[in-house]
Design a binder for this molecule. Sequence first.
Ligand code: PMP
Length: 394
Amino acid sequence: MFETLTKAPADKILALMGEFAADPRKEKIDLGVGVYKDEAGVTAIMTSVTKAEQRILANAKTKTYVGISGNKGFNAAVRELVLADTVDAKRVRLLQAPGGTGALAVLMELLYRAKPDATLWLSNPTWPNHAPMAKHAGFKLDSYPYFDAKTRAVDFPAMLAALDKLGPNDIVLLHGCCHNPTGANLTPAQWDQVAASLARTGAFPLIDLAYLGFGDGLEPDAYGTRAVVKAVPESVIAFSGSKNFGLYRERIGAAIVIARDEAQADVANSQLMNIARVTYSQPPDHGAEIIRTILEDKDLRAEWEAELATMRNRMIRLREKLSEAIKAKSNAADFDFIAEHRGMFSLLGLPGEAVEKLKTDGGVYMIGDSRINVAGIPEDRVGDLASAILGTMK
Ligand code: PMP
């Protein structure tokens, strides 16, 4: 059977994790894989999550199936968290999905069923799984300009000019907030322009919302998604609960469809349910029940929001410290952009050799494109890290 196959490409990020684990140096620093880490370097379970789990365990009576759309309370709570009252709920349908990746997968298949000839546009650069997933769904791919390697900010005029040329046969994948891998994001005014462009051209937005609450806060981070959804008749969102609830391995996310009207929403939803039915049938419940429990309870929700704010503020503080440390050591190097970026990542814009040198000489691990996970920066060694980064530029 398998003689007809060759090995599939290895996941570069997972391979780097293995290399880091095998590195015997005590002073090594892991800025690679995209999981949040606290000051002890641990991806801890949030206290609000543990409390929700205790309640669930104490009250659960059954493990029977939850249904193809998943946990109804979770779906309603996520709709409110992401969209608030942006659109009439009658036009919105949610399907609980196995992680943000699962949500993206079912949505891409839904869009492919609807428009197999469409071109799916990705930001340049984007999360390395987007292109393989879109290809797997069957789409033709293209990319729109996003990151300006010189300023390390969004090249907004170039992005907008590219979007303005699109039409109804195009699907645009947008990062709702906290762009991965660059950390460079649109301002609210720029989001308004993107939303107006999509409304004008008829290009269809597919919004990947994997880091809600990791940037500037739950409300500011939802701004772009809501601006787009409000401006256009139809859109879809892939929500992930992996990062903001720290539920990575529970595989919890949601596919959100906003349709033109109630009847179209029902059609799209029936197709989504059909896609789920023929792939994994029904989603796992535990992560969904945790999120439902937290979001439906005033006190637990406040506790979760406070924990999320602590994580977010820590990442912002580490950004400021690293850019200040680099500035203190070198007037020539401009790394202020690290403090401007938001979310878990920044793309440093270092060449491949520098990334390699940081790893071999300094034990500093980052993704090959020079993406760093700011949550991995050890707060007491920011100076060492700044020196190591500057050392590659000599
Ligand atoms: N989209 C982006 C941009 C991401 O960075 C990630 C996680 N790395 C995901 C989607 C999916 O996350 P998960 O499937 O773990 O929820």
